[in-house]
Design a binder for this molecule. Structure first.
Ligand code: ATP
Ligand code: MG
Length: 180
């Protein structure tokens, strides 16, 4: 399974339809500051079901819709589609290629689709969650996060590892119990 194409239409700074073709392996997106690299990553989280506006670096969800520039009026909807190569059947669906899409209208309405058939957000989350994709399963390391890991003290760095391994909450509980 690998991500094949990501199409943004009216999403953040991508007013015109823009398609990124991804190959198996590592993909790098390079460009000047403010050119929309992080917006591409936001689009990926969004189409996979992200519901937190803050995680998407906005104040509310409508902030993902192209807000206009001096030369271009704002748009009424944002749409992102992600095509996943499913030749190995990692996604539990009878298609060798799966396209999930999400649309948000400025009036607040949302639409979701799997291979062009409209569905619920839950259907997309269910489809992805069995495959290591989907909410809380893939990992997105935000900008500045690597710096904070590299410059962390040994204790802080151990904290990151414990958090990732899921033992931090047990350590906190142990510390709390010992204080009593
Ligand atoms: P850096 O290298 O500094 O991290 P970047 O390439 O990651 O930059 P982004 O954060 O992806 O840049 O893009 C920021 C740009 O996207 C800003 O110019 C901002 O105005 C624009 N932008 C964000 N949301 C919208 C929106 N809803 N409508 C129009 N433009 C937007
Ligand atoms: Mg960025």
């Amino acid at each position: 399974m690998h991500l094949k194409t990501l199409t943004l239409r009216g999403f953040k700074s991508f007013a015109s339809a823009t398609t990124l073709h991804l190959e198996p392996g590592i993909t790098c997106v390079v460009g000047p500051n403010g050119s929309g690299k992080s917006n591409v990553v936001d689009a990926l989280s969004w189409v996979m079901g992200e519901q937190g506006a803050k995680t998407l670096r906005g104040g509310n969800m409508a902030d993902v819709i192209f807000a206009g520039t001096s030369s271009r009026p704002p748009l009424g909807r944002a749409e992102v589609s992600l095509t996943i190569d499913n030749a190995d059947g990692a996604l539990p669906i009878e298609y060798s290629e799966v396209t999930i899409s999400r649309t948000l209208f400025r009036n607040g309405g949302s639409e979701y689709a799997i291979n062009g058939s409209s569905c619920r957000l839950l259907d997309i989350q269910d489809l992805l969650s069995d495959s290591g994709l989907g909410r809380e399963m893939h990992v997105i390391v935000g900008q500045g996060r690597l710096d904070s890991v590299l410059s962390a003290s040994p204790e802080e760095r151990r904290g990151f590892i414990e958090e990732a391994a899921g033992v931090l909450k047990h350590r906190k509980r142990k510390e709390k119990a010992l204080r009593k």
